[in-house]
Design a protein around this ligand. Sequence first.
Ligand code: FER
Length: 419
Amino acid sequence: MFTYIYIKPMKARLLLLVMIAMLFDSFNSRLSAQPVNASGTWKTEIETPVGLFKYTYLIQQAGEIITGKIIREKDGEKTELDLIEGKIKDGSISFAENLSMNDQQIKITYTGNQIGNEIKFTRQVGDFATEQVVAKRANPEDHSVQEARRNLSRPIVLAEDDKPAFPVAPSGYDQQRENIKRGNLDTIQYQSTTVGTTRTTLIYLPPAYNKNKKYPVLYLLHGIGGDEFEWLRNGHPEIILDNLYAEKKIAPMIVVLPNGRAMKNDRAEGNVFDPEKAASFATFEKDLVNDLIPFIESKYPVIKNRENRALAGLSMGGGQSLNFGLGNLDIFAWVGGFSSAPNTKSPELLVPNPAETASKLKLLWISCGDKDGLIIFSQKLHQYCKENTVPHIWHVEPGVHDFNVWKSDLYYFAQQIFR
Ligand code: FER
């Protein structure tokens, strides 16, 4: 005889659900187990028997080794010293500082754990005092974007055809040249019914711009930590484009650099990964289609049809470009996603009808750096388009998630469009 436990179908289903939930949970916690990344600037204030100390720790982490400086401020007087004996062991950070006071050398050791933008330290002062201190990141928002960009540590698996479609951009392509004609940059404002505010956008008019001619328009979008100035600040599209015009390599076009965070406060402040802010990148579709494009088309001499509108962007802006471009084939014919972020919709949603997408689009550009942990989003779309015969440019270039890649993408993308 053997016994068995009879589980009613309903209970069995429940059990299965619970088991799946448990699996997911362990998967999730493994994903979110944050590696220690102590690099950056940390601050704390410590009340001691001899007065208030303000500390700044400048920490550089390379693997398990920690180096850096400690700036100690007391009564307005600053002392800078080396951070010594720094290491990471079992996920815990430790280092030391030498304090010399009244001809005495006292070694202070710190041992602590980083949780997000805080490190909780036990601070051991010689043999005579132990205290708990909390150091906070001095610039959490800058850090969170750098973090996302530098340390996109998803595993990268490159397939056979994940290769460059173009060579490394020629040297000097992004350097300002003398004695060439330059385009003009301007800041303009438009009323957004979507957001309910006046919004700012940059516009680049080509060299030899003539308001009696009519131009196509490229809408070029920024990333999660940026705003309408991000491309200008970090990518200098005006230099790249001026150079391309000088070499007669691109069609004259107007470039619009919008702010893709469609919310009242659209500055890249605070935690840019905040869900409300991330969601505003999706809302921008309405702002772009209903407010910005009509504004541009009413104020500038532009050709108002899909064949004369291109949409491209980097990272979050790459995701936006794919989402809005492929989702509005009647509005855009040239679409480019540079290192597109997790906001990129799944390929089945982006291209529900491959034949229609293939016949309407003039260009689908998908590119990413080969050392960018976000490459999976681009790979999935490329793979799907390949399987469903949707023509596209697939450009996997040497690089990480940064402007070296995006500048080169702009250099080549601009040469493909409006011709
Ligand atoms: C993420 C990683 C990166 C993410 C967005 C980014 C919303 C965007 C990076 C960028 O725009 O540079 O998990 O989720």
